[in-house]
Every structure is written in structure tokens, then in C-alpha cells.
Design a protein around this ligand. Structure first.
Ligand code: MG
Length: 382
């Protein structure tokens, strides 16, 4: 059993982590939220953590009052988040914060030698080289929660030599707009984009799934996590979301992980690895599975994927620019301020305007690239 700290406990992954913890008997030592105080109070009363952190100071003050009758300590601001990430009682930190906001807390958890159950892909996209090097240095384990990367991680168990891997194959559901032409995509609404066919997820990642940027970010995440060059990774559209990803070996064998579209399984595996335990995820019934289909992705209709692959090959801080511009553009789309196809347009514009640093980079370079990308998106909106 693990003692866990959940960063982003009120989001989709955070809530499912609490279900896994309850079902499997893991202790929750800390919760962190942004500003959802009501749900945070409810969660805290239920699991009785030692610490609750709210990134928003006002939310922290409110939570402190709400939990005044309990021994739970409430902290606020960015510092509070770092405290939750490095709490001595916890051995595992589930990083379910959305966006680059997860970067510093992830580094803090690594520095504290925790196991990272990584559910924040933007961390590896923006600063993967730094994060992975720091984890190696500190001996911190990084176990992916993202379903595709968990599938690959599971397929690699028992592989003693990475030289035996020919290719990682990441599956993509294709999102709600699979098969649509560029013209048709010009007309789609926010509500349509938020309706994912297979997975129920937070708003940001659901939009990323509709643009296929999510698959681009996952491509970069896989490169960093498994130290694979881009030419050894491919993306295949698999509409049914039953195969969560595959690994092809040099002898031609392909291993795949199959399962229902239930994030509780990869969350649980990240906690219990290398062991497996019974858990709350429903098993897959092969006899009621639809036929499994595979298609090549369409980079013309979904330019975000092409942009991400370009940055993957370029490396350096280009992936932080890509991510920062995408976070800004998706926020604008969710506020109904831009159209669906403006997302790739704004990201491409930022990549053109902001110069990427190639080769080695520092944390400050990454944060600077992120700020410059957001500023470029702002500028294009004037
Ligand atoms: Mg995923």
C-alpha cells in the first residue's frame, strides 16, 4: 500500500485517484486543488489528509475556515503546492495538475525522491530532458498514468534491452471529429468539441483530443519517457479505444495492452507497479468488443499533430513554445473567443514568431519560452 499526495485532486484524474485509493486501501496524505473549495472540503473530510493545498490564496483562506474543526493543515499559493508535492509522509505523488503549472511541483516531488505517478503530460512536453535527467539523478521513479504511456510501460515490462524495441505505436481515438475535412472543421462548435466519443476527461485535454494536439503532446511525452527518437514512434488511429498502445520488437512481435476506457486502471498500476492488485476498473469483455480498426491520422485536417511532430524533431524549447501557445489558444477556444481552426493557426503563428533554443536548456529557458509563446498568442488576438 502506498501513501499518496494528489496534486489536482478535484479534476478528473484526481477524483479517479481517490476512487482507486479508497478501493485499494492506499492512504492519502495530501490533496492540492486550484480553487474548487467545496469539493476539496468534501474530499478532505472523507480521506482526512494531513495537508490540503490550494493554489489560489483566497480559496486557501476559505478552505482554512471550512476545515477549522479538523486537524487538517491548509496551505496556499504556489509554495503550498510545492509543500504538498514534497510532504515527507507521502511516498508517491500523483501529478494531475493541468498544463505547465505541473512542472515545478513535479520537480519538487522528484527532488524529494518520491515516486511520480505522472498524469501531467505538459511537464514532459515542456521540459522532458530536464525532468528525466533530474529523476535519474535523484533516483525518483516516474511511472506514467496517461493511458497510452501506461500501455507502453506495461508492454515493456520484461524487456531487458531497449535495443530490442523497434517502434512504439501510440493509439489515438481520433476524437469527435475523425473523418471530417478541414472545411467541415471550420464550422464545429465548442460543445461538439467537448463531446469525446470514448473517454470522459477534463475540458483542456478533451479539446486537445479533438484537435489531435493531445496525440502530438503524447508523442513528445513518449520520446522523453522512453528515450526514443521520433522515427521510432508512430501514431495510429484506433477508434474503439480498446488497445491503449503497442510496442513492436525487432523480431516483429507486437505486444499490446487492451482494456476498457477506464483511467482507474493506469492510475492504479502507477501506484502498485511492479505489482498488480485487484481494483475497481471493469474488465474488458472480448466477446462484446466491436471489431478493432486502424487508420492513418490525417495531418492535413488536423495540423496540430503535424506541428507537434515537427517540434518533436526539433527539440530544445520548441516543445515548450508549442505547449504554451496551445494552452493559451485552447483557453481562448473554451471562452468562445476563437474558432476551432484558430487553435492550430495561433500555435503555428507562435512557433513562427518565437525563436526556440536548440540543444541544452535550463528551467528558466523553458519558462521564458512558455511566456513568450503566450504573449505571441495575445499579440495575434489584438
Ligand atoms: Mg492519453
Amino acid at each position: 500500500m502506498r501513501t499518496i499526495s494528489i496534486l489536482g485532486s478535484t479534476g478528473s484524474i484526481g477524483r479517479q485517484t481517490l476512487e482507486v485509493a479508497e478501493a485499494c486501501g492506499h492512504r492519502v496524505a495530501a490533496l492540492s486543488v486550484n480553487r474548487s473549495v467545496e469539493l476539496a472540503e468534501e474530499q478532505a473530510r472523507k480521506v482526512r489528509p494531513d495537508l490540503v493545498a490550494a493554489a489560489d490564496e483566497k480559496a486557501a483562506a476559505d478552505l482554512r475556515l471550512r476545515l477549522a474543526d479538523t486537524p487538517i493543515r491548509v496551505v496556499g499559493g504556489p509554495q503550498g503546492l510545492l509543500e504538498a508535492a514534497s510532504l515527507p509522509q507521502a511516498d508517491t505523488v500523483v501529478t494531475a495538475v493541468v498544463g505547465i503549472a505541473g512542472l515545478k511541483p513535479t520537480l519538487a516531488a522528484i527532488d524529494a525522491g518520491k515516486r511520480i505517478a505522472l498524469a501531467n503530460k505538459e511537464t514532459l512536453v515542456c521540459a522532458g530532458d530536464l525532468v528525466m535527467a533530474r529523476a535519474r539523478e535523484r533516483g525518483a521513479e516516474i511511472v506514467p498514468v496517461d493511458s497510452e504511456h501506461s500501455a507502453i510501460f506495461q508492454c515493456l515490462q520484461g524487456c531487458r534491452d531497449r535495443g530490442e524495441v523497434r517502434r512504439l505505436i501510440i493509439t489515438a481515438s481520433g476524437g469527435p471529429f475523425f473523418g471530417k475535412s478541414r472545411e467541415e472543421l471550420g464550422q464545429v462548435t465548442r460543445e461538439q468539441a467537448l463531446r469525446h466519443p470514448n473517454w470522459s476527461m477534463g475540458a483542456k485535454i478533451t479539446i486537445d483530443s479533438a484537435t489531435l494536439m493531445n496525440k502530438g503532446l503524447e508523442f513528445i511525452e513518449a520520446m522523453r519517457l522512453y528515450a526514443m527518437p521520433p522515427e521510432k514512434i508512430s501514431v495510429v488511429v484506433h477508434r474503439e479505444s480498446i488497445i491503449h498502445s503497442l510496442v513492436e520488437f525487432v523480431d516483429g512481435a507486437i505486444l499490446a495492452q487492451l482494456g476498457t476506457a477506464d483511467m482507474r486502471l493506469p492510475i492504479q498500476y502507477a501506484l502498485t507497479w511492479p505489482e498488480r492488485t485487484a481494483g475497481p476498473a471493469a474488465p474488458l469483455d472480448l466477446l462484446s468488443c466491436p471489431p478493432l480498426t486502424f487508420h492513418a491520422p490525417d495531418p492535413q485536417a488536423f495540423p496540430c499533430l503535424a506541428l507537434a511532430l515537427e517540434c518533436a524533431r526539433k527539440g530544445g524549447t520548441s516543445t515548450a513554445i508549442l505547449n504554451g501557445a496551445n494552452e493559451a489558444a485552447v483557453a481562448l477556444f473554451l471562452e468562445d473567443k476563437v474558432k476551432f481552426l484558430d487553435i492550430p493557426r495561433l500555435v503555428a503563428g507562435a512557433l513562427e514568431q518565437v525563436e526556440a533554443r536548440t540543444g541544452a536548456y535550463s528551467l528558466e529557458d523553458v519558462l521564458q519560452a512558455d511566456r513568450a509563446a503566450r504573449a505571441a498568442v495575445d499579440e495575434m488576438m489584438r
